[in-house]
Design a protein around this ligand. Structure first.
Ligand code: CTP
Length: 132
């Protein structure tokens, strides 16, 4: 049994998120998703997600390809999360290419290509522009 783990915010859930999670699930038999906390997002991006963490977790958990979700509280805890969830493969979008190679001693590290031309930031921006 191959256990896969991936991480993300998954705010304003969109097709790029679906594609990533479906492909991550296809890399093994069990998919665990670390959904980053509201506080972690604030510390990374200086703004809170549009959807709060309980809702982002519930949306991700509802997908047929996802077996388990947990809150990612800190970027520094990735190694601990990989061990806690006994992950064999860490899957990340290629926007992170190379940034997680050092976890290669704990598990296989795979970067998958992002879906072109969609991102939460762009969706929020286009809604803002439409409202103005
Ligand atoms: N992702 C993807 N294709 C996209 C957008 C996201 O494959 N077009 C992947 C990311 O690489 C990541 C996961 O989905 O593995 C969660 O991404 P997240 O950062 O939550 O979404 P973004 O839309 O990239 O958000 P933002 O614009 O705020 O950075």
């Amino acid at each position: 049994m191959t256990r896969v783990i991936t991480f993300g915010t998954f705010d304003v859930f969109h097709i790029g998120h679906v594609n990533m999670l479906v492909r991550a699930a296809e890399m093994g038999d069990h998919l665990t998703v670390g959904v980053s906390s509201d506080a972690l997002n604030f510390s990374k991006k200086g703004r809170y997600p549009v959807y709060r963490e309980e809702h982002r977790m519930a949306i991700v958990k509802s997908l047929a390809c996802v077996d388990e979700v947990f809150v990612e509280e800190s970027l520094e805890l990735k190694g601990q999360y990989i061990k806690d969830h006994a992950a064999d493969v860490l899957v990340m979008g290629d926007d992170w290419a190379g940034k997680f190679d050092h976890w290669g001693d704990l598990c296989e590290v795979v970067y998958l290509p992002r879906t072109a031309e969609v991102s939460t930031t762009d969706i929020i921006q286009s809604i803002r522009e439409d409202l103005n």
